[in-house]
Design a binder for this molecule. Structure first.
Ligand SMILES: [Zn+2]
Length: 434
């Protein structure tokens, strides 16, 4: 098989396998479905979060092996912890590293966990999280400065912070510019319009479905750009998702329970003073970390507290996983337990206030962390898988594959551009190819 000279990977964040239902009636998605091969159900990683999943997509590894076990870093006491923005957190080779080692030109637009990565044209997803940081400066220092300045200069006016659809409109124009002016062999693009609208309005809200329609338009513009410069025939197009989303009505604050049980102590100002056990949220699931993870007495004590909480009534918790169970699902091997929320519930890290909070719809977008739908749950929850479709010279036309795992995507994407990704948790999806 001769490899594809160009590979364009478009990640449409939070698009679900259930969305094929809409995609098949939209012109550009329909075109790519009819002329390529799609996978009906792609199982994501645990936790089903953007950063762990995107890193699995480009490494072929499970979170416990690539190191991005949550969107955020574990920073007890911080209500808005820093995110895993930097490439340095990824513990294994990535698709863009291998591509560059093989002499290919690479580009990435808002692909998670690429700040500081060795990518020729890179606009990393990173934003200021401290009052003294400046958005333009943190991006410039962690990406490709001339390229970012050019994109901001040409298209920056389209953007209104990270609000949608403006951000994705900016990313679309930046993508078209990059295709036409830079012709990268590997282009990775992350669009978040559907994800943002599902969080704000709900899984199946009109706003979320409208965002799928906008993605169809964006796909059409990208197909057209490759035709305009004569590289369409030499390009393989991949559209994929990272996870689905589920509607919700109630927040669970496990750290409030830990505080009530004396495992978390606060100072006189209500700030975190010390902790023996701390819950780190992954939205639909979360990790329990112990300050001394080898203290068997503490492990038993925390397990009893959690089991009693679950037994006491409607806890909103579907499962308590021990460390070995979490590891077997690919999650962080440093945790002592994981909690999986029932559909309709999700976790925050707050340690003050009450354990349960009903979500007030009128405060969505006003009160931080209030959302109508989220992810992070077990990838095995029903109707919760994501999408993958490829179209190109070496891809079967009109093919349908029943299922795959998201860790299979890394070695498969590598194969498309003629690279071998070795020693991965996933395997090449051979049925995709002619
Ligand atoms: Zn996501």
């Amino acid at each position: 098989m001769t490899s594809s000279k160009y590979l364009i990977v478009l990640s449409f964040d939070a698009m679900s396998s259930e969305d094929y239902h809409y995609m098949k009636d939209l012109p550009n998605f329909k075109f790519i479905l009819n002329n390529g091969t799609h996978i009906e159900k792609v199982t994501s990683v645990y936790p089903t979060l953007t950063y762990p999943a995107h890193t699995s997509i480009i490494t072929g590894m499970l979170p416990k092996n690539h190191g991005i076990v949550n969107n955020t870093l574990f920073q007890p006491g911080r209500m808005s912890p820093d995110w895993h923005w930097y490439r340095k957190y990824v513990k294994c080779p990535t698709l863009y590293d291998l591509a560059k080692e093989n002499g290919l030109k690479t580009a990435a637009l808002l692909w998670p966990v690429t700040a500081g990565a060795n990518i020729d044209y890179n606009l990393p997803e990173i934003w200021p999280n401290k009052w003294y940081e400046n958005q333009a400066l943190v991006s410039l220092l962690s990406g490709a400065p001339c390229y970012i300045l050019k994109l901001n200069d040409k298209f920056g006016k389209l953007r209104k912070g990270i609000s949608q659809p403006f951000l994705d409109d900016f990313i679309l124009q930046s993508t078209l510019y990059t295709i036409k002016k830079k012709k990268p062999n590997l282009l990775l693009v992350h669009f978040t319009d559907v994800d943002t609208n599902r969080h704000l309005f709900g899984y199946n809200a009109k706003e979320s479905i409208d965002a799928i329609h906008r993605h169809d338009f964006r796909l059409g513009e990208i197909l057209k750009a490759t035709k305009d410069i004569g590289i369409y025939e030499d390009t393989t197009f991949v559209i994929l998702g990272d996870h689905s989303a589920l509607d919700e009505h109630t927040i669970i604050n496990i750290n409030v329970l830990f505080k009530e049980k004396g495992l978390i102590t606060l100072d006189s100002n209500g700030r975190l003073k010390d902790w023996e056990a701390y819950f780190s949220s992954c939205d639909g699931s979360g990790y329990v970390y112990l300050k001394n993870p080898h203290n068997s007495h503490l492990i038993k004590k925390v397990e009893d507290i959690l089991l009693n909480f679950i037994k006491s009534g409607d806890s909103g918790i579907e499962a308590l996983l021990n460390k070995d169970q979490a590891i077997s699902l690919g999650a962080n091997d440093k945790c002592s337990f994981m909690l999986e929320a029932k559909k309709g519930y999700y976790f925050l890290e707050k340690y003050t206030g009450s354990i349960f909070e009903k979500i007030d719809e009128s405060l969505i977008g006003v009160k931080k962390h209030y959302t109508m739908a989220t992810h992070g749950y077990s990838p095995l929850k029903p109707n919760y898988s994501t999408i993958f479709t490829a179209m190109g010279r070496n891809i079967k036309k009109g093919g349908v594959i029943k299922e795959a795992n998201i860790v299979d995507e890394g070695p498969t994407l590598a194969k498309i551009i003629g690279i071998s990704m070795k020693n991965t948790d996933g395997k090449v999806i051979d049925d995709l190819f002619i």
